[in-house]
Design a protein around this ligand. Structure first.
Ligand code: ASP
Length: 425
């Protein structure tokens, strides 16, 4: 028994050791191992690429079936549409408010640090910016209803999957015994997916090591130097949001201990950091909230996939700082009305940002357009965005988990004994 517990603690710690060792290995490879076949083809684009992405793909493989089944089970368990509607409205409310807070915080921090003032634009390595058109708000809204649910599932369109699964869940609850075998199928399949999540997580330390080592072997530090102030401003705002705003909210709304929350949730943040995808983090997030924090899957199976799709506070923070940075670098004055416009558009952009790497940069063009900033400005920050993408993804999913915990607490779907039990770290 004791042995088993030791092993559990081992996995969490090992993910963190892997993060650090991976970064270290990547930097050593970047600076001290000469370019060539062995370093580039065999190690970085061979072993690291295959093992790291193999792990990531295995987690992504679980997302659609898991979200689909667990949402059906969750909405079936809640049963009545009134409660479901209440949970939905409350969750969306929290998501909007936290995003608006995040972007305001980012604008404040950026105006204190002034990242773009005195920047020598020619010293920054630029990557050609391709500003894809972001979909309009009306289309984003309409797109929630799948014309073909099978296509929605095949494409991993989260909002469509959520819509269809909730619909099924509600009707299954209404049918009760008359659909017992269908309900049972989904709930057993859901358990199977959870087992698979845990099985894949066993190789997480190796996968995380390879993903991080490959990233750092590719970027090194050189490109960062002229951009340090911009990066510092983003990091600071992300830190304040993740460790300050969320934890204060958790304390005020639930009375739960934020330190315990952070300790238990750290491996999920580490996973999000190494993969830079909120979507791939969904299974681990639901599992951690359930097993370690006592948050009922009835709530999390609904709020976590929704959050991974529409609630991107970390992304909004990057966008807020980027607006100030590019405006300063190009010598453009922003008015108070511009700032309000940025808060509104970045909140909408956060909804339209998919939980996969780098999409925040694409929706950034929508924010730039809204206040007339040159979209070419995105080229300035593209080269160094990966490391920020990793960090903001960790904040994105933390925001979802905090809101979920609060909503679960308010709906009495939370076991505080499990949350307080520090043997479950
Ligand atoms: N990578 C982010 C996420 O998955 C989205 C982004 O900001 O690009 O949450």
């Amino acid at each position: 028994m004791e042995k088993k517990e030791k092993k559990k603690i081992g996995l969490t710690t090992m993910i963190f050791i892997s993060l650090i060792l991976g970064a270290f290995a990547g930097i050593v490879l970047h600076y001290w191992v000469p370019e060539g076949y062995v370093r580039d083809t065999v190690i970085v684009n061979g072993i690291f690429y295959v093992v790291g992405n193999g792990f990531l793909r295995a987690m992504q493989m679980l997302v659609v079936p898991l979200v689909f089944c667990s949402l059906i089970c969750g909405s079936m368990a809640i049963g009545d549409t009134k409660t479901l509607g209440k949970v939905g409205v409350k969750t969306m409310g929290f998501y909007f408010v936290t995003t608006a807070c995040a972007i305001s915080l980012a604008l404040g921090v950026a105006n204190l640090i002034n990242p773009g003032i005195g920047l020598d634009i020619s010293s920054v390595e630029t990557v050609e910016a391709t500003a894809a058109e972001a979909a309009s708000f009306a289309d984003t809204l309409l797109d929630i209803i799948p014309k073909n649910p099978i296509q929605g599932l095949a494409e991993g369109n989260m909002l469509q999957i959520i819509f269809f699964a909730i619909f099924i869940g509600i009707l299954l609850a209404k049918r009760g015994e008359r659909a017992a075998s269908v309900s049972q199928f989904f709930s057993q399949f859901n358990d199977l997916m959870m087992d698979m999540t845990m099985a894949v997580m066993k190789v997480a330390p190796i996968g995380v090591f390879c993903l991080i080592a490959k990233t750092f072997a590719g970027i090194g530090f050189d490109a960062f130097l002229p951009m340090l102030k911009y990066m510092g401003a983003v990091f600071l705002a992300l830190f304040l949001q993740g460790m300050g705003v969320y934890q204060i909210m958790l304390k005020i709304f639930t009375g739960l201990n934020p330190i315990k929350f952070i300790r238990k949730f750290l491996p999920v943040m580490g996973f999000a950091f190494s993969t830079a995808t909120s979507n791939a983090t969904i299974p681990l997030s639901i599992e951690t909230l359930d097993k370690k924090m006592g948050v009922s899957k009835k709530i999390s199976s609904f709020t976590i996939p929704l959050g991974a799709t529409i609630n991107m506070d970390g992304t909004a923070i990057m966008q807020g700082v980027a607006v100030v940075f590019v405006a300063q670098a190009y010598g453009i004055m922003l008015t108070p009305v511009d700032y309000l416009t940025v808060i509104a558009t970045a909140t909408i952009a956060s909804i339209g940002t998919a939980g996969v790497p780098s999409v925040g940069l694409i929706t950034l063009s929508m924010v730039f357009n809204s206040v007339g900033l040159p979209v070419e400005g995105i080229a300035l920050i593209m080269g160094i965005d990966r490391i920020l993408d990793m960090t903001r993804t960790a904040v994105n999913i933390t925001g979802d988990a905090v809101c979920t915990t609060i909503v679960a607490h308010q709906n009495k779907e939370m076991d505080r004994d499990v949350f307080n039990d520090m043997a479950r770290v």
